[in-house]
Every structure is written in C-alpha cells, then in structure tokens.
Design a protein around this ligand. Sequence first.
Ligand SMILES: [Zn+2]
Length: 589
Amino acid sequence: MARTFCGELTPGVTPRGKTVLKAFEYQDVRLLPGMLLTQVGQARQLYSSISNDDILKGFRHEAGRLAPGDGMKGWCKSTSAVIFGQLISGMVRLGRATDDGALIEKANALFEGWFETLPPDGDARMRPYDWDKLVCGLVDLGQYSGSERAVAALRRTVAWASRTFDRSRQPADGHDFWGAGPGDTPEWYTLSENLYRAYLFFRDPLFKEFADTWLYHGYWRRFAETDAPHQVLPVHAYSHVNSFSSAAAAYLVTGDESYRQICINGYDFMLKTQCYATGGYGPDERIMPPDGSLGRSLDVFGYHAEIPCGSWAAFKLSMYLMCFTGEARFGDWIETILYNAMGATLPPEQDGKCFYYGDYRPSGGMKTHYWHEWPCCSGTYIQNMAEYYNMIYLRDESGLYVNLFVSSEATFEQGGQSVTLRQETAYPEAETSTVRLKLKKPARLAIRFRVPGWSEGMSLAVNGSPLDVLAKPGGWASIDREWKSGDTVLITIPMALRTAPVDPQHPDRAAIMYGPVVLAQDEACCRRPFSISPTTELNTRLIREGEGLRFRMTNIVPERHTRYLQPLYSVPGFWPYWIYFDLASPALY
Ligand SMILES: [Zn+2]
C-alpha cells in the first residue's frame, strides 16, 4: 500500500513516464547509529512533542470551535497552515521509516482535528502556497497510513480550490520573484506535483485537471533544449527548483519526454551555475545570473542558501532523475547536501526556532536561528528526515543500487527470497564502507555502488579479494555474481583535499573540501582566515591530525595559536567559522 514517489502505483493510475529504478519503501530501510540517525532522533523527539492543540488552535478558532492550547508563534501565529501539511506528511513518512506508530497516530490525530474544521464546501481558508503543502500531507496520509478519510478530505478541498483559486498564474520575474500577484498566489507553479501524485494514487480526474492548470510552461521552456538558458531571471530559488518536481510529476503522468529533459537540464543548470560547495543555493533566495554574481553574493549577504526547503527540492529532483534515468551522477547533489547543507543545520527547538539560512560569508559566518518561529523550513526539515531513508538505496529487477555510504540496512525481495543488505561505515570520516549480505539461499544479484563525481580510484573487494571493476566517476561500479549469506563487499573511496571555487569569475574565492565534505575554519581566537599562494599544494599547508577530519594549518605568521579546519557539519551553533576563503590574498599568506 505504501508507495514512494518513484514507486509502482496500485490501485491508482499506471504512469506513462518510464522509471528505470525504484526507490525503496520507507519501512524497508533502517538507519544504523551515525550522524544521520542522531539528527533524525532529535527531530523525532521534537516533532512528537509539539502539542496537537497548539498546532490546531488557529484552525479551530477560525471555524468558531473550542480552541484549547497556546497556539504557535511566528509564521504559525494565526494558524499553522504554512507548515500543517508538511507536518502531517513528515510525521507519517518518518513514522513509517522509523517504525514509530505513535508518530503516524499523531499525524492522523492532527488530520482528524483539522478535518473537523473543514466546512462541507471544502474551504480550507488557505492560500495556494499553504494548500499545496496540505495536499502533500493528505496524499501521504492516504498513501502511507491508508486513511480513506484523508482522500475524502482531499476530494472536497480540491473541488473548493478548483472553484476559487486565482488563476492569473503570473510568471515570476525580478519584480515579483514568486508569482504572488495579483491574487496572493506565491509559488503557484509548485502545485502540480502533489496534485499529480494524488491523481496517480487515487485516480480522480479532477486531480489531474487541476494539476494541469498549474504547469509552468513559461519558465520550463527555457530549459527545454539547454542547461544554459540565455536569460537567467533572478526568481525565487527554492520554489523554482521545486517546480521541476512538478515537471517530473507531469512526465510520470503524461510520458511526455520533454518534461524529463527539462528536469535534467534544470539539474545541470543548478549544479553548474547556482550551487555553493555545500550544495545550497539562492543567495537572498534568488537564482543568480551566471556572471560572477554567485561569487559576489558572498560579500553582499549573510543569508546565502535556504537550507531545509532548498534541500527538500533538491532531494526530490535528484531522486526523480535517478529513477527516470538510472544515472548515478544525480546522486552527487544528494550526498553534498546531506553532509554540508542539511548535515550542517541546527535541530529545531520546542518554541519553533529553527535553522533557515546557510551563512558562507568570507568575513565569517555562523549557524543560527531564523528570526521568526515555525517558518517553511521547519516543515521541510521533518520531511527531509524521512527522505534520508528513501535516498540511500534504489533497485531494479537485476538487483540493488547503493547511492549513499551510510550505516544502514535494507531489506528487499530478490528471486523469491528476502535479502538483507547491511552497510557499516564511518564515511565520510573514513574512506571505506563495508556491505554484508544475508540470504536464505545463494542467489544471483547485481549490486552497484555510486562512484562519486569528485572521486578518483574507488575500488571494491569481495570477501577480501580485490575486484577489477570499472569505477568511472559519476557512474556505477557494478558487481554481478552469485552471492551467499555472509558475503562482504569492502568499498574504498580515496579522499583528498581540493579547492572548490565559487564560480568561474572568482577562481581564488573557494571552499576547501575533503572528499564530499566542506571544511570550515573555526578558531575564534585568531580571526585570520586561511590563505595560500597559488603555487603551494594544499596538503603542504593542511596536515590531517588525529581522529575525525581535522587539518592543522602550518606556517601561519604570526602563529599565536594553532588553527584547524574541520567539517562544517561539526562546527557548533552560534560560533564563528569560515568556509569560503579568498585564497590568494597575499597579505594573509
Ligand atoms: Zn524554507
């Protein structure tokens, strides 16, 4: 019954778009102890503890009902509409992934409380923006907890929205960067995805008709034939990446190849011209013209990338593309974001304070809370926690694909038996990962490992014997053989220091990376950022020391204190750090 967005759909509509790979069901993957599970555990605890009455207070008040509880602050002050759908979506998905029945129950209880406030005419009293998130939550409740009442609510409220929403569909531009005018419709172009999902799962033609209404041809057309559109508009970053997921859903429903190509070109456009080394994008929440603006943005703003929402959009687009194409390279953005964007957030707090912007200033950044409580990013944060489970493995008839090197366990059916694959690793703080298989009887099976685009010389060994496999960066390294229980694969991915210039116009303004990890300087005492002459090798100035990823800087003058680089993800909150350096500043050598 439970289906992820790349899954096979029954008893809904058969997608016309072709998928080469399938994502896993949330409940078939388990995270083992490690940094991701720690983050997930904190989120589970926090989101489980928010009072239902507080979340529902605004809706009950608007409906003239008894409304106990204190309500919420910030963006959720009048009602929690802005994140309500994301909360129930995230809770039911994460409940599935972590086998947390109480969290699924909470999502259902919130839905029931909200449903009581929905009038017979389906008027959800929401803007299209909030309502889009509601649709996602209702689809997920139907899909992952089998709630027929959620599907009934969906039908009722889609009919209302279809009668009442402003259909101006103003294309976003530099003056109205998210299409808000004239009818308060910001981000209207993201509506299609969840409505198409509703159609694929639950068949109602009204869902498809209303999804068709919000297709964003005017913007997508720019990416139909190229990943370098000749005019790049300074439009809202997260929602425009999110709109590519609507194009992906349109591909699934129609099978029209042009939507698939738009997604591929959109992905390449983002990776080539919009992303910082962390995988985050959108300074001041805008898409940048590829003329050096991204590099200059580091001086201009302190809010460089909307992390939880931007990650959510990037995760979805990357997963759609992995499923559509079977190509490993679309996993690279996921990995970069996992460690350096989502991995470098602060956990949300009880009163709604949460992490929103990545801060990459060359004059020193800081992990901090957003100035309003319960913003959009508190909704996508819990959804991202669930997606962690969805992105580690993929599969097809021939076997399994290991996308991420994360301590975890996946269970799947192969050749009429249940196979368990267990992965244990300290990656990215170690260069190796070990995979062990558990099967009842020997079976033929292809296991493929993503070869990261940045890597060189990745190698595999089965039961201790090195294998001669092709490991081309951006591709899959494949082992197709008969496996028996207890067989192990050792994956070795050598890592080295490298610089990652922010854009071609600023070759010396760069982040320093080690494998997939963005390194940060965090010594608060000597606030002089790292620099290095263009002719000096990085590894003569940065020496790895001790446990974890810690690099000591050598030959700093004046050397009052020893300074280190460490992963951005391990820098604590409210503590200064640098990740972008003007490397060739001669005064600072
Ligand atoms: Zn956000």
